[in-house]
Ligand binder design. Structure first.
Ligand code: NAP
Ligand code: HSE
Length: 433
């Protein structure tokens, strides 16, 4: 920092980078009042210097040479909003090596390599902040690390992928088909160009790995987050859920019982009275339960140019304040608890099952007997003739609390029964304990 000025090197001038340029330019006075420092963009790294930009900046600011940012001694902070693993990871490591602080919005990178990058930052007394990586404009990471520091968090549930929430909302409220709404979400720019990581739950799993690491003080690896997406969800599932008082949502769940932890992402039947059930469209929300505070919920835009940029620039403000106090590198608390993951017989939930069975006497009795052998009991059952009316019935059941292990045993057994024609769907149920 020279003469009450800090220079940032902006890596990426796409959606988020453009928002950062707009906010840093438009909020200069407020930023100065809060930090006592003028924030200036010193250089912008892009891939294609000839591309038409959404905002005009002096042409000499733009470069395709990363070392004009990384090795410029006047640049104090690198803002990485390029995305992807490489070269973003190498650039961040080099920035830290050079003693530069880093702000990133990169959830893919932080979920996979966050521990390594944060270790490097601490060794170099540098800040590495990543508020924008989860739920865009919602300041949830700082809330977990600072706001809940006096409490013990036992549950985090999140709608942390806007694309899938948009798709499920449209399917529920307008009866639209999965394929049609996915196309619409892509054309509106919500879904990634390749929407696989959105619809198969991986984007949400990355965010849940970050949230559970910070909320439970353990280093959660991405491959420890069990993950299922929404590509198999049907209109029938949604409608039967609605009849029973549930809304189908893609929910990330991180739960701690004593010191045992489970983290997962899956389409979930959420009781309509749960606060997350009314989070609709492209919005995100994170529900946090603390032993002392009880229920809380954080709601807002999970993506988009300016919402995401607010998180990036707020991180920047914290870096600058830390620089003035000389306390960089001490911001985020490293995981300090031993990680103990639940096994499948320790993960308990209610389940929604939809089966096609033969419509004859004794079938329900045999099913419930099989379930009782696995100690799974039923809370609700509805039966319907199938639409084609061929002596078949559709059975929709909600179980009482059961272990994940018992449910998978039951499903294996049901598949063997000759009067069970098809297991149509199985969803975890939340919010009705
Ligand atoms: P984007 O629109 O695709 O922009 C990426 C920018 O990075 C582009 O300017 C691109 O240059 C540049 N870039 C990419 N690879 C590069 C390379 N190898 N060398 C130099 N420049 C490179 O991406 P975005 O939507 O802004 O997302 C950026 C990051 O924020 C990602 O990590 C994303 O996950 C995260 N994020 C985004 C949102 C959102 O709402 N978009 C929300 C939360 C988090 P060119 O312009 O020359 O192609
Ligand atoms: N594709 C992501 C979403 C963008 O739909 O939420 C924000 O991470």
């Amino acid at each position: 920092m020279k003469d009450h000025k800090i220079k940032l090197g902006l890596m990426g001038m796409g959606t988020v980078g453009t928002g950062v340029i707009r906010l840093v330019g438009g909020h200069q006075e407020d930023l100065f009042k809060q930090t006592g420092v003028e924030v200036e963009i010193g250089r912008i790294l892009v891939q294609d210097r000839n591309k038409e930009r959404l905002i005009s900046v002096a042409s000499d600011l733009i470069t395709d040479d990363p070392y004009r940012l990384l090795h410029d001694p006047d640049i104090d902070v690198i803002v990485e909003v390029m995305g992807g693993i490489e070269p973003a990871k190498s650039y961040i490591l080099e920035a830290l090596e050079q003693g530069k602080h880093v702000v990133t919005a990169n959830k893919d990178l932080m979920a996979l390599h966050g521990a390594e990058l944060l270790k490097k930052a601490a060794e170099k007394n540098c800040d590495l902040f990543y508020e924008a990586s989860v739920a865009g404009g919602i300041p949830i990471l700082r809330a977990l690390v600072e706001g809940f520091s006096s409490d013990r968090i036992t549950k985090i549930m999140g709608i942390v992928n806007g694309t899938t929430n948009y798709i499920l909302t449209k399917m529920s409220q307008e009866g639209a088909s999965y394929e049609d709404v996915l196309k619409e979400a892509q054309s509106l720019g919500y879904a990634e160009a390749d929407p696989t990581s959105d619809v198969e739950g991986l984007d949400a799993a990355r965010k849940m790995a970050i949230l559970s690491t910070l909320g439970f003080h353990v280093g959660m690896n991405l491959d420890e987050v069990s993950c299922k997406g929404i590509s198999q969800v049907t209109q029938e599932d949604i409608l039967y859920g609605q009849r029973l008082g549930y809304t189908l949502k893609l929910i990330g769940i991180a739960k701690r019982d004593d010191d045992l932890i489970e983290v997962s992402v899956q389409p979930t039947m959420l009781k309509n009275s749960h606060p997350l059930a009314s989070v609709n469209g492209v919005f995100n929300a994170v529900y946090v339960y603390g032993e002392a505070v009880g229920e809380t919920m954080f709601y807002g835009p999970g993506a988009g140019e300016l919402p995401t940029a607010t998180a990036v620039v707020s991180d920047l403000v914290t870096v600058v304040k830390n620089m003035k106090l000389g306390v960089n590198g001490r911001g985020m608390v490293a995981p300090y608890k031993e990680k103990k993951l639940k096994s499948d017989d320790e993960v308990w939930a209610k389940y929604f099952l939809r089966l096609i069975v033969e419509d004859k006497s004794g079938v329900l009795a045999q099913l419930t007997t099989k379930m009782a052998e696995e100690k799974v009991s039923l809370e609700q059952v509805i039966q319907h003739p199938t639409k084609d009316g061929k002596d078949k019935a559709e059975l929709i059941m909600i179980t009482h609390l059961s272990s994940k292990k018992s449910i998978s045993h039951i499903l294996n057994e049901l598949e063997q029964l000759e009067f069970v024609s098809e297991i149509k769907s199985v969803y975890r149920v939340e919010g009705s304990e």
